[in-house]
Design a protein around this ligand. Structure first.
Ligand code: NAP
Length: 276
């Protein structure tokens, strides 16, 4: 069994990005907007700032109060959209209840949409065209490629159909010739779909939702789930049992998570250099 080491790959990629940014003197600026307070997001934002800064990207964080309205967020986004110094914009999720995240994030200019959430970028992914792809999805695809896991004709079961992971991941996998089954909370017999899969990708957010009896011998397991329990991180896989059957598997932490951060930098470089 091979552990798919997202941390090492992240470090390798960040080194390459750093060299490219230096060599080509790319002046890249990332603006991150946070609204209200959320402990988990604070950790994610801190990581984004850390890695982006390390590779030579300027990061500006805009901390908006819990009490702001959609109008204030949209005004700030409009201002950043029209500022030529700004390469990329991230509206950190979640934003306080009562505010429409999709509406606000959808306002980001598509060429500055580092998370790849705007209709234009999702549309391009749907059409199989080059675009800014959601970072977790791209991170998973690069991880699979790095470990030379061929997707052509493979049965891939994606568990989870969210707009940030499951759905765009399904499109990316189809674009790479995989045969994809998508499961969710209403799926009648989850095991029937996971057991027949060459590759299982779980993005549910429930510890132990995938167990040893649900997977085939020699399968490839990608665990997107992040479950924080009593200060410790777990994935969706009941790791020991599931790993005993896997040919390749991602750990949590240290698998998909680090790749997501690396892909933010990747998307920023694309945003800076793409022709419009
Ligand atoms: P989400 O929006 O809550 O979606 C969860 C999905 O799982 C939904 O489609 C839901 O089905 C499905 N689901 C729930 N219970 C299920 C069950 N028992 N069996 C099968 N499917 C079930 O979550 P998300 O934003 O996609 O994130 C999923 C997990 O990935 C979370 O733990 C999140 O923290 C993690 N995550 C990690 C990264 C990373 O970089 N590693 C990035 C993003 C997210 P319904 O649609 O029917 O409700």
């Amino acid at each position: 069994m091979t552990l798919m080491d997202g941390k090492s790959l992240r470090d390798e990629l960040l080194q390459k990005y750093k060299e490219k940014i230096e060599k080509e003197s790319l002046a890249i600026r990332l603006d991150i907007i946070t609204v209200g307070e959320d402990a988990a997001s604070e950790v994610y934002v801190r990581n984004k700032v850390k890695y982006a800064t390390e590779v030579g990207i300027e990061v500006i964080t805009h901390k908006l109060a819990n009490s702001v309205g959609e109008k204030d967020i949209i005004e700030l986004i409009d201002e950043l959209n029209s500022n030529d110094k700004v390469t990329g914009i991230i509206l950190q999720s979640p934003i306080p209840e009562g505010l429409d995240f999709k509406k606000c994030a959808g306002r980001i200019a598509h060429h500055k949409d580092i998370d790849g959430f705007t209709l234009y970028n999702i549309g391009n992914l749907y059409l199989g065209r080059e675009s800014l792809v959601p970072c977790t999805v791209k991170g998973i695809m690069i991880l699979l490629e790095h470990y030379k896991i061929d997707l052509k004709g493979k049965n891939v079961t994606v568990v989870g159909r969210s707009e940030i992971v499951g759905k765009p991941l399904t499109l990316a996998l189809i674009n790479r010739d995989a045969t994809v089954t998508v499961c969710h909370s209403k799926t009648r017999d989850l095991v029937e779909h996971t057991k027949n899969a060459d590759i299982v990708i779980s993005a549910v957010g429930k510890k132990g939702v995938i167990t040893e009896d649900m997977v085939a011998d020699g399968f490839v397991g990608i665990d997107v789930g992040i479950n924080r329990i009593e200060g410790k991180l777990y994935g969706d896989f009941d790791f020991e049992g599931v790993a005993s059957k896997a040919s390749f598997i991602t750990p949590v932490p240290g698998g998909v998570g680090p790749m997501t951060v690396a892909m933010i930098i990747d998307n920023l470089i694309i945003a800076k250099t793409m022709k419009r």
